[in-house]
Design a protein around this ligand. Structure first.
Ligand code: ADP
Length: 215
């Protein structure tokens, strides 16, 4: 069973490809952003604290992230045997703590997928998503800020995971089916995805811009 981290800037396709990977493998797809938005929608005290950060595009403090994420990851890993983490970890302290928990609970990650696309492509995908989904933090100013926060806080994690030999870097500035084929081949070569689970022929070709949508 796969235990994968999707480490990618906003708009690069981590939601789209993460959900695909979860469907292919039966691992739980855990999106930190979705869990945080659900907490905000519940209107809990925790949700109100979270909303103050997400609305601005700032990172939610690590203590709140761990309070929300760790139980979800542990439960998902117990139920499905694996996970696809979408949006977590996002800072070096989160990555180091996640690695400790991974060792303690025998849930260490097998692979980290770093998806990328040119900044203007990311912005245009997120503005498209804003028109469709109306997510509160998909306004131009907040999008630019989230991309800057990613570059400062999250991009350095790529070096950490590269050093551990588990990083795959893929450009998503091309058709989704091509990205998916590279992802599938890499995971299969490492024994993380059974050969039968590919199903690439069944996936209709879409433009890279349409990736954007569900990110
Ligand atoms: P995107 O990748 O498009 O920014 P997400 O849904 O992953 O969207 O995250 C939305 C917001 O939720 C982020 O801007 C941030 O405020 C918060 N968030 C999500 N994951 C984390 C995390 N691991 N640590 C801190 N904040 C987070």
């Amino acid at each position: 069973m796969v235990r994968v981290i999707m480490l990618s800037p906003p708009g690069a396709g981590k939601g789209t490809h993460g959900r695909w990977l979860a469907r292919q493998t039966g691992a739980a797809h855990i999106s930190s952003g979705d869990l945080l938005r659900a907490e905000v929608a519940r209107g809990s005290g925790l949700g109100r604290q979270v909303a103050a950060y997400t609305a601005r595009g700032d990172l939610v403090p690590d203590e709140l992230i761990f309070a929300i994420l760790v139980p979800a990851v542990v439960a998902a890993a117990r139920d499905t045997g694996g996970y696809v983490l979408d949006g977590f970890p996002r800072t070096m302290p989160q990555a180091l703590r996640a690695a400790e928990i991974g060792v303690e609970l025998a849930l260490a990650s097998d692979a980290v997928i770093y998806l990328s696309a040119p900044e203007e492509e990311l912005v245009s995908r997120l503005l498209d998503r804003a028109r469709r989904d109306g997510r509160a933090d998909d306004t131009l100013g907040v999008i630019r800020h989230r991309l800057a926060v990613f570059a400062r806080e999250t991009a350095p994690l790529a070096g950490y995971y590269r050093g551990r030999g588990i990083l795959l870097e893929l450009s998503t500035d091309r058709p989704e089916a091509d990205v998916r084929a590279d992802l599938r081949d890499w995971l299969q070569a490492r024994g993380l995805l059974p050969s039968a689970a590919g199903g690439i022929q069944a996936v209709p070709r879409r433009t890279s811009a349409s990736n954007a949508a569900e990110d």
